[in-house]
Design a protein around this ligand. Sequence first.
Ligand code: AMP
Ligand code: GLY
Length: 430
Amino acid sequence: MTLTPERILVVGSGGRENALGWALARCPGVAEVLIAPGNGGSDDHPGCRSVPVAAGDDPDLEALCRSERIELVVIGPEAPLADGLADRLRGAGFQVFGPGAEAARLEASKQWAKQLMQEAGVPTARAWRVGSLEEARPVLDALATSPVVKADGLAAGKGVTVAETREQAEAAIAEALAGRFGAAGEQLLLEERLRGPEVSVLALSDGQDLVLLPPAQDHKRIGEGDTGPNTGGMGAYAPAPVLDAAGLEAVRRTILEPTLAALRARGLDYRGVLYAGLMVTEAGPQVIEFNCRFGDPECQTLMPLMGPELAAVLLACARGELAEAPDLTVRDGCSACVVMAAPGYPGSVQLGDPIRIAWPEPAGDRQLFHAGTRREAGGTLVTSGGRVLAVVGQADSFDGAFETVYAAIEDIRFDGALLRRDIGHQVRHL
Ligand code: AMP
Ligand code: GLY
């Protein structure tokens, strides 16, 4: 029997949650998707409505779930997952898509994740845990190349330094230990550097079974040619050809299934997104990191490819009944996503600028997902965060999909808008 949730709550305020709301509201049988707290675009998609309740506000979230008769809660960002929101809402009797705090350590503690991977025999870079410069020095002495320095805890995507020299490595270690990432950097992981193209594989899980989504590639660096500081992600595309069907199957067998089994062996029922950030090395795919949620902007890129079963499949994951859910169909074709950011991003950004959008009707194979936007009292849409909008398009080819996206961007204006013109350079004819 297929169970489709009629009323869904998505928790979060980014582009990812905007895209989730859009995709879930399109599923037949879904009556309404609430997005808490949402953003300036949450009310634009048919069937979606923002509610001004923050992710950290448990009593109000619970009250909202009750008064709105919510049948499925989808938690978007990692912070509330790591903080145990899924556990608390489950404890209050709700069906939740998103792992509990202990399982979310897969993302929230790089040391914990590394140990789990080592126990499960999952291919990943060799690594050493250190808590002081004295502990780090012998590791640096023994390594042939300078390592990747990682803060153990959540650091909003900024806790990793790929050191080119020993001096850089020591400086990154010293800065982290001096409190640059707060408590997240009190413990570190020094990791052997891997080489190869990166790809994200996101799987939906109910703790027992897995449904793999098409592999996606995101562009983390701010600058064209993948240069400059890391960001949350400036664009993405899917399906990424760097992993073919056989490669994806190998990721399932050697990485995702053993990880899920290791979680189960610890008594952890993983109901949510198991996101493997991979590097495709000469020796095959290896794990760079795990995330416990949808990627942003991978989610915006993937959602338009999802079939109408999505809502039923997420509910089945939340209920631990994925084996009984309908197959999730995935649309053929290529999906492309380009992020428009506020000037200054990823540093301190200028905010509050009006955004003018001339979005063509009918929208066709393109979507506009809001992230850092807000509506002022008079209704004017203004910038309110680093990443402002994600523009997404689909076509039979990547060239076509990116053409759609960049053409739509021409009709969106705000002061100093930053975007990369070379997103998808690996798959386009530039
Ligand atoms: P993370 O925040 O763990 O995704 O790391 C940020 C970026 O650092 C990744 O996207 C990679 O480009 C790079 N990185 C992380 N770990 C490694 C590694 N072991 N070898 C090479 N690059 C890495
Ligand atoms: N786009 C990378 C992430 O969401 O972590």
